[in-house]
Design a protein around this ligand. Structure first.
Ligand code: SAM
Length: 223
């Protein structure tokens, strides 16, 4: 019986990978990944060669799970996502659940995640936080409203750069402009930045830029 290794990979800076992650990726024959080209960039960088890559991305998850489970019945498989920790707003959960149900061992090789990197760098309280995944595209106003019941926590959400201003505007409409906010952008990359301040200030900062690029995380507190 094989083992499923869930391996965290860099969120930008290719040096952010653990020794264990590299050992596992060198040892296994099969690596399940989202975009094979993205994973090949990492493997080539570390001269990890001759791996069989299995496509495992969201629309294909339910088809691929039984195939990967069958493979795991005879050998180890590593699971990676394009960046960061698999299964955190990335494919992984369904395969891990299937392994648990089949009593296949799951070993997580911890490493980078945009969630923890952003909250630590935000300067907002870290003792309790609520990860919201990607902000919903529809019904954002009522979504923000529903969070008013959750106090004493730092909210952490993924958002795309082209929806950032709109989402911050909706947030201001619901919470007012005084709420402490941080936008953590391009973490671990050359243009890494944390834009911190009152919601009204952070919103103005991004409105003034006209266009925002790159990957980002929004964090805020209500009290
Ligand atoms: N599983 C990943 C993790 O653990 O970090 C998250 C994958 S999710 C599909 C991708 C989202 O994470 C991006 O849209 C962005 O919100 C956030 N993200 C990923 N890398 C980032 C980075 N370097 N800087 C800021 N946000 C990042």
């Amino acid at each position: 019986m094989g083992k499923l290794y869930v391996v965290a990979t860099p969120i930008g800076n290719l040096k952010d990978i653990t020794i264990r992650a590299l050992e596992v990726l060198r040892e296994v024959n099969f690596i399940a990944c989202e975009d094979t080209r993205r994973t090949l960039v990492l493997l080539n960088h570390y001269e990890i060669k001759d791996k069989k890559l299995i496509s495992y991305y969201e629309p294909k998850e339910s088809v691929q799970v039984p195939k990967i489970i069958k493979l795991l019945e005879r050998e180890d498989v590593a699971l990676v996502s394009d960046a960061g920790t698999p299964s955190i707003s990335d494919p992984g959960y369904r395969l891990i659940k299937a392994c648990v149900e089949k009593s296949i061992q799951v070993e997580v090789i911890p490493g980078p995640s945009a969630v923890l990197t952003a909250i630590v760098g935000s300067g907002l309280a870290t003792d309790r936080f609520t990860f919201l995944g990607f902000l919903p595209r529809k019904g954002l106003e009522s979504f923000f409203e529903s969070l008013k019941a959750c106090m004493d926590t730092t909210f952490v959400a993924f958002e795309s750069p082209n929806r950032l201003v709109k989402s911050l505007q909706t947030m201001e409409k619901v919470y007012g402009g005084e709420v402490p906010v941080c936008v953590a952008r391009e973490l671990t990359k050359i243009h890494e930045e944390y834009v911190r301040g009152k919601l009204s200030e952070v919103l103005k900062n991004f409105v003034d830029r006209g266009e925002t690029k790159g990957e980002l995380v929004i964090l805020w507190r209500l009290a």
